[in-house]
Design a protein. Structure first.
Length: 194
């Protein structure tokens, strides 16, 4: 399992075998059951989570009880309430497993130790933070400037492997539309294909 992590890290930085070993031993493998929460509001997020197997959804609930999906994560993705994790403040997000899953979790203090020990580790965490920020920036702009149908088409093209693994209500929420509207878009798409 931890080879998946070192393979992932190798895409961004080059580590010696000793550095790889140090990184790997800083993570704990955790099994998570479907529908189990790994983060809930008002509890501080203590871990950065790397998905080895499974799928997760993070969401927030507004004052009317409406859920708004913020992120999905499957294999080789990171998920956490990053605002809570970085600042060690109470979380605002729920993060729930959509499938039986396996995570590699990195504790906040261990991450700080890694960054102090090696500039390479600091570089790695900076790179993934920058990539995550750029992704969210693109997503916000696309959602603000494109129709619901275009948002759905873009999601299908960008993340075809997600579509069968996330519930329709969660996908609709992520795309900023109702389940009924998403169903209409899917039906229209299906009719065009036939």
């Amino acid at each position: 399992m931890k080879n998946l992590l070192t393979d992932y890290v190798a895409k961004f930085i080059t580590l010696t075998s000793e550095e790889s070993e140090e990184l790997v031993k800083s993570f704990n493998e955790v099994k998570i059951k479907k529908k189990q929460f790994i983060t809930q509001p008002n509890f501080t997020s203590r871990h950065r989570n790397f998905v080895v197997k499974g799928a997760f959804r993070s969401y927030v609930v507004d004052d009317k009880g409406q859920e708004h999906t913020v992120q999905f994560a499957i294999e080789n993705w990171w998920i956490s309430d990053f605002n809570s994790f970085i600042y060690q403040h109470p979380a605002t997000l729920f993060i729930v497993a959509l499938e039986d899953s396996t995570l590699l979790q990195l504790d906040y203090e261990k991450e700080q130790e890694l960054k102090k020990k090696s500039h390479k580790f600091e570089t790695f965490f900076r790179i993934i933070a920058e990539k995550g920020l750029a992704f969210e920036h693109r997503r916000i702009i696309f959602n603000l400037t494109h129709s619901a149908e275009a948002r759905y088409e873009n999601f299908l093209l960008s993340f075809p492997h997600f579509v069968q693994r996330v519930p329709q209500y969660a996908l609709a929420s992520y795309l900023g539309m109702s389940v009924e509207f998403l169903s209409r878009i899917r039906n229209k798409k299906a009719i065009r294909k036939s």
